[in-house]
Design a protein around this ligand. Sequence first.
Ligand SMILES: NC(=O)c1ccc[n+]([C@@H]2O[C@H](COP(=O)([O-])OP(=O)(O)OC[C@H]3O[C@@H](n4cnc5c(N)ncnc54)[C@H](O)[C@@H]3O)[C@@H](O)[C@H]2O)c1
Length: 258
Amino acid sequence: MADVAYDFSGRTVVVTGAGQGIGAVYARSFAAAGANTVVADLNRDNADAVSREIEAAGGTALAVGVDVSDEGAVGAMVDRTLAAFGSIAVLVNNAGLFTQLSRGRFDTLPVDEWRRVLDVNVTGSYLCSRAVLPAMEAAGFGRIIMISSGTILAGRPNFAHYTTSKMAVVSLARTMGRELGGTGITVNAVLPGLTDTGIEAAGIDDTVYDYIVGRQSIPRRQVPEDLVPAVMFLASEGSGFVTGQALLVDGGMSHTAV
Ligand SMILES: NC(=O)c1ccc[n+]([C@@H]2O[C@H](COP(=O)([O-])OP(=O)(O)OC[C@H]3O[C@@H](n4cnc5c(N)ncnc54)[C@H](O)[C@@H]3O)[C@@H](O)[C@H]2O)c1
């Protein structure tokens, strides 16, 4: 959990993929900043555990089991959220297939896996954004944040399904940002660098971390807490004139967002 100065009291924040890793840190941090926090994840047990932790720390949370690529399940998640808290101010589209994915040249990736990555990482973000929109439009306020990845900038070999999906959500943010410009709803993307969550990810070992840290301006491993203030800024009222942007949070490894 990051120590931040934002106050989200009275705001409802939905974080998808919040059962583990970076999403769990977003959820705990928003809850500590006063938000009614929806901990949504495919893994219901993990969502329950994070939600219980938040409640034990004095926060307010609702655990929801959801597959973000399933339109009906996403609709049910939004219905449950509105029944519990009455509004949705912030959606963090963090759920994604990342740690478990195969690596290989683009022509060797299993086609089923290619489709599943696009379905979860892109269509999932689209469906969740679409489902929260009526509540945000009714309130005249909303913050939608896509979690992209710094891997889209240089192209990460052997990870074409992932990098393609993460470029797509930046484009989605940009187009949605323009479409929603007059509604009080902003849509932005955050591009994290390689972030150490303590969870093993296929193809990422100490050699990879050392290589990445060596290319960063700030020479240490990125941790989930490094991302929280950027996400909270984009979730805050004060960022209302910022939309369609791609914000790199990578310790200064790259200097140009898309
Ligand atoms: N860790 C990194 O280095 C890094 C870097 C850049 C971007 N990201 C992105 O940040 C996000 C979180 O990354 P992480 O490292 O915590 O990953 P992670 O794999 O540890 O966590 C992802 C979470 O998403 C959930 N999820 C997967 N499919 C889902 C679905 N269909 N519906 C609902 N939930 C689903 C998983 O159950 C898991 O709890 C991802 O979008 C990832 O692509 C991570």
